[in-house]
Design a protein around this ligand. Structure first.
Ligand code: SF4
Length: 62
């Protein structure tokens, strides 16, 4: 599965980082970094992160 974050929508709330810290993180500059491709259990966690994102910035594509 492919992860796409719309950085125009992302307000850096960090719910995705809390929900799936193995996929999403903030770097030293406070920018959101994330794995572009995930499979299996990680894909399920990416879906959970997308569902808790308050701005709907995370898109998961097959
Ligand atoms: S939860 Fe959504 S708005 Fe918050 S940092 Fe993650 S992608 Fe951005």
């Amino acid at each position: 599965m492919r992860i796409i974050v719309d950085r125009d929508l992302c307000d850096l709330h960090g719910q995705c980082v809390l929900t799936a810290p193995d996929i999403f993180r903030f770097d030293d500059e406070g920018e959101l970094q994330y794995l572009p491709e995930v499979e299996g259990e990680m894909a399920a966690r990416a879906e959970s992160a997308a569902s808790v994102c308050p701005t709907g910035a995370i898109e998961i594509k097959p």
